[in-house]
Design a binder for this molecule. Structure first.
Ligand code: B12
Length: 225
């Protein structure tokens, strides 16, 4: 039918059925299906930001719930993460595209001991899209590496932590930067982080999600949102 697309979800150019399929493919770690569906959404000119926030990120939350419930284990979590990243890699060049002069320089990493990087990668993507120059330090980043990023000219250091056990590492980074006389602003985030925690450890700002990270970085720099 020529008008079949009228029944598609305009936001993503995928049918509701396909969006369910994408959700399941992430949960089941079916990377090929994730890549095929996200490619389809991209080629159809869909709203990839919405696809991320309404379908893909909730799928990762579902994976976490299944892990908590003891229904899946670390290997399944890992393949789900790889499938998710396969989709993100397709979205990233589009959402991160920006030809502006960099607004400011940001260095970001998951703190020492923390290997989670999907959330961090989304934050990188949104910051780039908002015109920031972003240096991604990766995962398991030592305090000294954040300090070295300041020496390379970072205006803002962004820290990500997903684990209760790596959360205190953020405080250590902040103290290390202070001890080394670094003046870059520090923005923190990750599933276990709250504004209250940010206040307590003296971070300049906290962001709840990837769009919130952009706002937090701007707040830390004293730029109006
Ligand atoms: C995928 C995953 C893994 C993968 C990670 C692969 C990868 N490349 O990232 C693997 C399998 C490696 C893994 C390992 C482990 N994991 Co894990 N993992 C997850 C899972 C299912 C999804 C995380 C994710 O990607 N979420 C989706 C993204 C988009 O969300 P997000 O990370 O929160 O990021 C958003 C915001 O937080 C924010 N944000 C993130 N970073 C930053 C930074 C800044 C500056 C700002 C402003 C904002 C910001 O913006 C992001 C975008 O919206 C979560 C469950 C969950 N619900 O979070 C468990 C979870 C985080 N893992 C958990 C655990 C326990 C582990 C292990 C200890 C398991 C084990 N026994 O070995 C190990 C630890 C490994 C380590 N040393 O880091 C627990 C943590 C519990 C806790 N409170 O400490 C969780 C919550 C699962 C659970 N329900 O128990 N994990």
């Amino acid at each position: 039918m020529m008008h079949a697309h009228a029944t598609l979800m305009g936001a993503a150019m995928l049918t509701e059925e396909e969006m369910d399929e994408l959700f399941d493919a992430i949960c089941d770690g079916d990377r090929d299906t994730v890549i095929a569906l996200v490619t389809k959404a991209r080629d159809g000119g869909g709203d990839l930001g919405r696809l991320l926030s309404d379908t893909m990120i909730p799928a990762m939350a579902e994976v976490g719930d299944r892990f908590s419930a003891g229904e899946i284990f670390v290997p399944e979590m890992l393949v789900a993460a790889r499938a998710m990243q396969g989709g993100i890699d397709i979205i990233e060049p589009i959402l991160a595209g920006s030809d502006h002069e960099p607004v400011a320089r940001v260095s970001i990493g998951s703190v020492k001991g923390d290997l989670h990087d999907i959330g961090k990668n989304l934050v990188v993507m949104m910051l780039k899209g908002a015109g920031f120059e972003v240096e991604d330090l990766g995962v398991d980043v030592a305090d000294e590496a954040f300090a070295a990023a300041c020496d390379r000219g970072a205006d803002v250091v962004c820290l990500s932590a997903l684990l209760t056990t790596t959360k205190p590492q953020m405080f250590k980074v902040i103290n290390h930067l202070k001890a080394e006389g670094k003046t870059a602003k520090v923005v923190i985030g990750g599933a276990v982080i709250t504004q209250d925690y940010a206040d307590r450890i003296g971070a300049d700002a906290f962001g709840e999600d990837a769009p919130g990270a952009v706002k937090a970085v701007k707040r830390a720099l004293g730029m109006g949102n």
